[in-house]
Design a protein around this ligand. Structure first.
Ligand code: GLA
Ligand code: ZN
Length: 675
């Protein structure tokens, strides 16, 4: 059992708060700020994130710093018992900096230098930008190091994008030299004899571009790896003064779920706690079952990125957002579900974007705790208060974490290579969808699930599922082999084991080094459009095969089901290979959820696992957190219809009442019980 310390050591409670921009109200600070404190406290808010986009207010002219207003904010937070998640301001820069030092502005892939504006668009290499960031971060740390409000550092905001300026090109070439040593090694790794692409010098290499090279998979992959390193390096640069001056204050940066541009498993290793911004597009109808399953997947992924520790839901919307195609209001109960769902998956925080709605500009109609009406009796504010109340009652879960025996693999490098590859379904090969489908089926079978990548340790799991592991990263095949030999169950699918870490195909038949572990040879893969299907029958039930159908030959694996149509009727659609003390399942085609639910009900039972509850009705999701205060089971009804579950004898973690037997869950209702 792992019990983690509170994120902020002098605030041992679940954190409730959000992004707060009091500087936008500086002209009315005597009335607005005290009212903010009053409304925050009434809603059980105990933390606020400040300074996120405040650079122009902190350094209005180069070298002229104005911390007075932030001093007042920090003092006000301390007086009200609220902790600050204090941001470094690099998420957006002042206009004077762009004007004086154009090198801080990003260059897009088509080699156009951007104008000043928007945010999240600085060059990560620019020595000027780095120096300015280092300076202001140092000043912030020195100024607030002993401030009682300082609880945590929020580094920048939603790192993302990429820069193709000459400085970044140079750094990329240096990175390539370090990785490949000689230009011929690079040429070989990237298969550059193809289309006469062999370089004779590193200086000839340019980052991928729509006006230049966009079709070299080796180049594209290297650039994505480099971009991840750029963010890791920039993060390390940002926190250097913070670590030095405030060694006890944890640091994080807010991530964005499955955002493709950064390998979050790499960046995550540098974070004291992972944190992320969660914006499900709740529909208000039965489709919320899928919306919620997707949010569950992302929570599990973000926890995995942070190494399994309790994480932070750093942002979520208290009401409709303003940037989705359709911005539905939250149905009553959804805000509570959204908050408690994060906690259920291991978040020790429920934070919002934003605390107070701005009056102008781009986000003036984005949901907020405090709306333009500034009232306490509006629907959203009252529900935020209810969440605050529930969190205060759930304190015992603080620092506990899921202890799942089942893991699903989601791997950024694999995704990059697979998305780039040209075969099968080129519009979208559906990697994320495939991983989510397996994750959702395991949850629907009643299990909590970890999401890990190919570099993670498999040894603590009973079942590991690797959908579409097209690329086998160094050491992964060996870890799968050892895992299965030792008694684990590994579930694989179509499009697995095709290429190595340089995106070069395995010779001698797919799935490359895992052929004997899976007991099969994957000869060809058929791609089906949305109107085309195949089918197979397993345990007397017929299921649909769609999108991808791999044509495999058993080389020792037991064939459990075969295709029923097309020229490959009779070829294996599902196999099981006993290997060492364990076994491998191979799902040769993409299927519907019905099959995956049945498969995992079978596989988990065979592996001797018991679900968190039996007979979970559709739309109900379960998780468990385990810590020194016990085992906490969360039961979440994610649909706008009542559901019933059967609970073992237990106590309600929020009310202390005895629970057990048939238990009704109202629409979107969540209960947490201690076993
Ligand atoms: C992101 C950003 C916030 C805000 C929200 C709006 O998560 O980090 O600054 O723009 O989106 O949903
Ligand atoms: Zn650059």
């Amino acid at each position: 059992m792992a019990q983690y310390p509170p994120i902020m050591k002098d605030k041992p409670v679940l954190l409730h708060g959000g992004d707060y921009n009091p500087e936008q109200w500086i002209g009315e600070k005597d009335t607005v700020w005290p009212r903010d404190m009053e409304l925050a406290k009434k809603a059980g808010i105990n933390t606020l994130s400040v300074g996120i986009f405040s650079w122009a207010m902190l350094e209005p002219e180069e070298g002229r710093f104005e911390f007075g207003w932030l001093d007042e904010v920090m003092d006000m937070l301390a007086q009200n018992g609220i902790k600050a998640v204090l941001a470094t301001p690099s998420g957006a820069r002042p206009a004077w900096m762009a004007e004086k030092y154009p090198e801080v502005l990003r260059v897009t892939e088509d080699r156009r230098r951007q104008l000043f504006g928007e945010r999240h668009n600085h060059c990560l290499t620019s020595p000027v930008y780095r120096e300015k960031v280092r300076k202001i971060n140092t000043l912030l740390a020195e100024r607030y190091k002993d401030h009682p409000a300082l609880g945590m550092w929020h580094i920048s905001n939603e790192y993302g994008g990429e820069c193709h300026c000459p400085l970044c090109q140079h750094k990329f070439r240096e990175w390539l030299k370090a990785r490949y040593g000689t230009i011929d090694r690079l040429n070989d790794a990237w298969w550059n004899t193809f289309w006469s692409h062999r370089y004779t010098s590193f200086d000839q290499i340019e980052s991928p571009s729509s006006i230049g090279e966009g079709t070299s998979h080796g180049l594209n992959l290297a650039w994505k790896r480099f971009t991840t390193q750029q963010f890791c390096d920039f993060y390390a640069w940002e926190i250097e003064p913070l670590r030095r001056i405030t060694p006890d204050v944890p640091c994080t940066t807010n991530l964005m779920g499955t955002y493709p541009g950064i390998n979050y498993f790499e960046l995550g290793r540098l974070l004291d706690r992972s944190s992320w911004d969660n914006y499900p597009a709740w529909t208000g109808d039965l489709r919320d079952a899928d919306i919620a399953a997707n949010a569950s997947f992302r929570h599990d992924l973000m926890r995995g990125v942070g190494g399994g520790k309790p994480f932070m839901m750093m942002e979520s919307s208290p009401s409709a957002v303003n940037w989705q195609p359709v911005n539905r209001l939250r149905q009553p109960g959804v805000l509570t579900l959204q908050g408690l769902q994060a906690v259920a998956h291991g978040s020790d925080t429920v934070q919002y974007f934003q605390f107070r709605k701005g009056r102008g500009s781009f986000e003036k109609f984005h949901g907020a705790v405090v709306s333009h009406d500034e009232r306490e009796d509006n629907r959203v504010y009252r529900e935020v208060c209810a969440v605050g109340e529930k969190l205060s009652r759930l304190c015992a879960v603080l620092g506990s974490a899921p202890e799942n025996k089942v893991a699903v693999i989601y791997d950024w490098e694999n995704r990059w290579a697979l998305d780039d590859a040209r075969f099968g379904l080129n519009e979208d090969k559906g990697y994320e969808l495939a991983v989510r489908a397996h994750h959702a089926a395991l949850m629907r079978a009643g299990y909590g699930v970890d999401v890990i990548d190919q570099t993670c340790d498999l040894s603590g799991y009973r079942i590991v599922c690797g959908p579409m592991t097209y690329m086998l990263r160094p050491g992964f095949a060996e870890r799968v082999r050892a895992f299965v030999e030792g008694g684990g169950t590994y579930v694989s699918t179509y499009c697995s084991g095709w290429v190595d870490e340089e995106d070069l195909c395995f010779m001698g038949g797919f799935p490359g080094p895992l052929r004997d572990v899976f007991g099969l040879w994957d000869e060809e893969t058929d791609a089906l459009d949305a109107t085309q299907h195949n089918r197979f029958t397993w345990n007397g039930k017929t299921y649909e095969a769609k999108d991808f159908c791999a044509l495999v030959h058993s080389q020792g694996a037991q064939v459990l089901a075969t295709y029923e149509e097309r020229f490959y009727a009779g070829a294996p659609a599902l196999t099981r290979n006993a290997f060492g003390k364990g076994c491998c399942y191979y799902v040769a085609a993409r299927t519907g959820e019905d099959f995956l639910i049945d498969l995992y009900a079978h596989v988990t039972k065979e592996a001797g696992l018991t679900p968190l509850l039996d007979d979970v009705p559709y739309g109900v999701l379960l998780t468990e957190r385990v810590g020194e205060n016990g085992r906490f089971l969360f039961v979440m009804n994610t649909v706008p219809e009542a559901r019933t579950v059967v609970l073992p004898a237990c106590t309600d973690a929020m009310t202390g009442e005895a629970r057990g037997g048939e238990t009704a869950l109202p629409p979107y209702g969540v209960i947490a019980v201690r076993r």
